[in-house]
Design a protein around this ligand. Sequence first.
Ligand code: PHE
Length: 339
Amino acid sequence: MLEKIKSIKAEVEAFQPKTIEDIENFRIKYLSKKGSISALFDDFKTVPAELKKEIGKELNILKQAALEKINTLKAALEIDEKSEIKVDLTRPGDPQNLGSRHPISIVRSEIISIFTRLGFIVTDGPEIEDDAHNFGMLNFPEDHPARDMQDTFFISPGLNILLRTHTSSVQAHEMSEIKPPIRSLSPGRVYRNEAISARANCFFHQIEGLYVDENVSFADLKQTLDYFAKEMFGESAQIRMRPSYFPFTEPSAEVDVSCTLCGGSGCNVCKGTGWLEILGCGMVDPNVFKSCGIDPEKYTGFAFGMGIERIAMLKYGIRDLRLFFENDLRFLNQFSSDV
Ligand code: PHE
């Protein structure tokens, strides 16, 4: 008899109904007058007196378990069935507000995708730098004004630990850590000790590019930037280069793009000149190669750097840099993008 109780107990435990009807059939099978558990109670009369205590206990446990199972399963299924009735499948869904990407992120992705098509790869570096990577290896003289506390945020002046002032520092890491050919792009946040205004902030974002190989020429640089300007600002965009100075490039140039608003005829955005400055660039100075352990007799290279905010301002016609950092939803909601 104990065997029988055991096997019915296993059946009860394994039972999984799909409908209320299944539960009713289960009840009939085990607990109705002719059900198998009820039959066990009938047989109980024949159990020898000395076993009655043990078997009676097991039998009661089994009956209790079957009843409990029926009750809980029934309750669960009833809730399900009721709630199904309540769901109106024709009701329109609740609208979900989609977020939008920050304009700086949108423009950064766009710039990256233009240069990755030319084979540049994205590299990353620390925002907290040492003097060597931010200045020294990049050929900044000891008395260069950028090394002054007025222009640079020093975290620990004695140890010369600072917040990077440009992402050229990533290129100093690259050049001293890997061998040419190098074709890299370093986007990131940079810091300068500037008064906050419509045109300047104490931090902003840059993307710098570096190409080092044998026979890299100024013409390659110009072609690359011309391609970038056309991809970024449209087929009709022109660039021009003006001689300039950076400690880490020689020769150096500043690059203007034909005004994105008037197309070059002159307006108040380009102050009547027809041109807008977008970036700095040049051929990597041999001194930089030397301090990074690259042979300047064998390799040449170009570098360029631009402010992402500046490109975004030109692209979207934004007049005040501070809007990018205030996180005013009325401003941010105007941007949407699939990049
Ligand atoms: N690092 C320069 C800056 O911060 C930009 C630059 C990069 C210029 C590379 C020339 C070459 O303004």
